[in-house]
Design a protein around this ligand. Structure first.
Ligand SMILES: *Cc1c(COP(=O)(O)O)cnc(C)c1O
Length: 377
């Protein structure tokens, strides 16, 4: 079976380095908020090109705490509207509702699966205060257009970069476009810890300082509490694991791009719709390639999706669906269940993610392509 993603193989590549880093932490006697965290935060901020990176417990907290910090700083208040793509992973939306803000779902562009700037601007009301674009599947959202809209309407921008570590356009990386950005280091993400972890990146000193307090009971200084904060810390072991893995991220991304290029040129079955790189993002002279897509997942569309998935399984290819149910049809958001988001609904009915990752071999990729091309309706 060709696995969708082989986490064991990914981490086995760095086994010796990971064990050495883990041993260093064990022997240090310091397990929370120490040098490992500071070093990883500095390395990750420098990687993203931002002034700050603030480690937190997971990607959802990165988003929740950033919106929370903006409330503490008086930039957002209960009931303010935040625009978010209707086809995102539910965490982006949970972060908004968790703060008593109102998620306004806006449909994506069907070709790129990312927030449509035209529909975004049309959804702005007197209550809109922020946009939460998601770099879904690893491709940057149309940030030049979204930042221009935000400027025109004086809105905050919080990027959800959980799937797009290292995605870059015009020399600017994911995490350095908006006012702040949330990252997840869940094990299956492009930069994955060996447990839960997340971070916020920003160039705003005041926001960074507020976040450092909020993640630690609202305290800047031991036993002094400015805010009613929470406990959302990135521990020393995970920070040490992430410092090891960050060094290898660009090489892993290059392999993902090579796999994507092979799929894009090799898959010729007319029943399959291939992912598109945004036209603005294409590297000159390349039909496909772009630094703005880091291929967290390689998502195809097919009207006979379930039959294709079964066919691939019979040919030894494991696939996943990102995601089977759109947020507005989830039980958790009953108030939206009768609403219609046709682009999102079509996406959720037809998408399927092919095996993709830093350790899949080109031979395995060939087998996946052959299996897809023999699928008949
Ligand atoms: C994974 C993910 C998150 C949440 O990250 P966790 O670390 O799992 O909390 C948020 N948004 C998107 C788009 C994600 O893919």
């Amino acid at each position: 079976m060709i696995p969708f993603l082989d986490l064991k193989a990914i981490n086995a590549q760095y086994r010796d380095e990971l064990i050495a880093a883990c041993t260093r932490v064990i022997d240090s006697g310091w397990y929370i908020a120490g040098n490992e965290l500071t070093q990883f935060e500095q390395a990750f901020a420098s990687y993203c090109g931002t002034k700050h990176a603030i480690g937190v417990a997971n990607g959802l907290d990165a988003l929740i705490l950033t919106l929370r910090a903006w409330k503490e700083l008086g930039k957002l208040k209960d009931g303010d509207e935040v625009i978010v793509p209707s086809n995102t992973y539910i965490a982006s939306i949970l972060a908004i509702s968790a703060n008593n803000l109102v998620p306004v779902l806006v449909e994506p562009n069907l070709a790129t699966y990312n927030l449509c700037p035209i529909k975004t601007e049309a959804a702005i009301t007197a209550k809109t205060r922020a946009i939460l674009p998601v770099h879904l599947y690893g491709q940057l959202a149309d940030m030049p257009a979204i930042m221009a809209i935000a400027q025109r309407h004086n809105l905050l921008v919080l990027e959800d970069s959980a799937q797009a570590h290292g995605a870059e356009l015009n020399g600017k990386k994911a995490g350095n476009w908006g006012d702040a950005s949330g990252f997840s280091f869940y094990p299956g993400k492009n930069l994955g810890a060996l447990g839960d972890a997340g971070a916020v990146t920003t160039n705003d000193d005041q926001l960074a300082e507020t976040l450092r307090a909020l993640r630690n009971y609202g305290s800047h200084e031991k036993y002094k509490n400015l805010f009613q904060g929470t406990n959302s810390r990135l521990d020393e072991i995970q920070a040490a694991m992430l410092s090891v893995k960050l060094k290898h991220l660009d090489i892993e991304t290059a392999h993902r791009s090579k796999v994507a290029q092979a799929y894009l040129t090799g898959i010729t079955n007319p029943a399959v719709v291939l992912p598109e790189v945004h036209s603005k993002f294409k590297i000159q002279n390349s039909k496909f390639m772009s630094e703005a897509h880091v291929w967290h997942v390689f998502v195809i569309r097919c009207e006979q999706r379930d039959a294709l998935q079964k066919h691939l399984l019979e040919h030894g290819v494991q696939t996943l669906i990102h995601y089977p149910i759109p947020p507005h049809q989830q039980q958790a958001y009953k108030e939206w269940n009768m609403d219609s988001y046709p682009v999102s609904e079509l996406i959720h009915q037809q998408v399927m993610s092919l095996p993709m990752g830093p350790t899949i071999t080109m031979d395995e990729v060939k087998k996946v392509i052959a299996a897809i091309n023999t699928f008949k309706i």
